[in-house]
Design a protein. Structure first.
Length: 194
């Protein structure tokens, strides 16, 4: 197994050499960070660039292992998440949680992909009942989401093929048990990138 530093250097070679992140950072910036041994910064810049230039699963696996070795737990989970998205596609939605007074959650949850709620995505059972599906949930740009809050989220279904019918504007509901605990509107559905 390569060390974190080697993995970060290898990941640089996976992206196009003229790749630029939305914030203007480039592969040259990553190389400068590597030269200064700013490994966490190099990792962060690579992630930013890959947001603008889709990267293959192997890229995300290298970054996830580098983050694990550097003991950057949330970054490791994020890179694993992005590798899953490269393989299975991406579903993004705006999620609004019901307040505690509306029968929703009583407390906030960590938004780092560990919560696995049930979702009503419009499918029915053979008997005509709502069929619920499990999907992990990652909250974008926040570490947690609480009762009554709204945020953009990413969903990682355990059965991605069952979710392929969803499109922008569709509304799905989140369940923890049978009651609805959140309502989400799909804002983006992207195919796998391999």
């Amino acid at each position: 197994m390569d060390d974190a530093f080697t993995l970060i250097r290898q990941a640089v070679g996976v992206l196009p050499q003229d790749a630029v992140a939305d914030n203007g950072q480039t592969i040259a910036d990553v190389r400068d960070d590597i030269g200064r041994q700013e490994w966490e910064m190099a990792l962060d810049v690579l992630i930013e660039i890959a947001d603008s230039h889709p990267a293959p699963i192997a890229f995300w696996e290298k970054l996830a292992e580098a983050a694990r070795q550097l003991m950057l737990d949330r970054t490791q989970r994020w890179c694993q998440w992005r590798g899953w998205e490269a393989e299975h596609g991406t579903i993004r939605a705006t999620l609004t949680l019901l307040g505690a007074d509306e029968g929703g959650r009583q407390a906030a949850f960590a938004g780092d992909g560990r919560l696995r709620p049930l979702w009503d995505i419009g499918n029915r059972t053979a008997h005509g009942h709502h069929d619920l599906y499990i999907a992990r949930l990652w909250v974008e740009f926040a570490t947690q989401l609480g009762p009554g809050d709204s945020a953009d989220v990413r969903l990682a279904p355990l059965q991605p093929e069952s979710w392929r019918h969803l499109k922008r504007g569709d509304v799905i509901t989140m369940h923890e048990g049978r009651p609805v605990t959140g309502i989400a509107e799909i804002i983006e559905v992207l195919p796998a990138r391999g």
